[in-house]
Design a binder for this molecule. Sequence first.
Ligand code: PRP
Ligand code: MN
Ligand code: MG
Length: 182
Amino acid sequence: MSIFDNDIQEVLFSEEQLKNRVQEIARQITADYQGKEIMLISVLRGSFVFMADLCRAIDLPCTLDFMAVSSYGKGTKSSGQVQITKDLSEDITDRHIIVVEDILDSGNTLSYLLKILENRHPASIRLCTLLDKPERRVKPVQVHYSGFTIPDAFVVGYGLDYAEKYRNLPYIGILKPRVYGG
Ligand code: PRP
Ligand code: MN
Ligand code: MG
């Protein structure tokens, strides 16, 4: 039980389900990059919880960096205008990069971000997203690691927010439409 439970219509993925899936993805990444060193790039802020769990389940030499972009503001729809609010601290040239995201929705954020990162000439670049909502895709984005495909509902928790709240829910749930005036 938590103070947010009244705002949640349905639990989509429990803590246990998230933990198991994150471990599966980490095992796959560990197998795919044997003998290599990788660099995980977390796209703030939504991916910070997934990043924290994923990186600890990967059994490879690994560095971490963070980038912040925002396209949603306080609404529930992507504005299409992506802004970098914090760039990487590290140089990614010749590094094996995995971009870690919480959700791939319209694709606006990631198509923009991946283009920028590719221009910096990493050795390789892949995308790992916990959630994929393909029904809403506007820009095509190639996904290498995907946790769950979800329907077009507004989800929160495990890092995902609505108006900056609910990021600290330990599970992923569908928000009641009345919360966002739907
Ligand atoms: C959300 C989410 C992804 C992006 C996906 O971030 O965390 O980064 O939107 O949507 P898209 O595929 O339609 O671009 P948001 O801009 O809300 O910032 P946040 O991570 O700080 O919540
Ligand atoms: Mn985000
Ligand atoms: Mg957000």
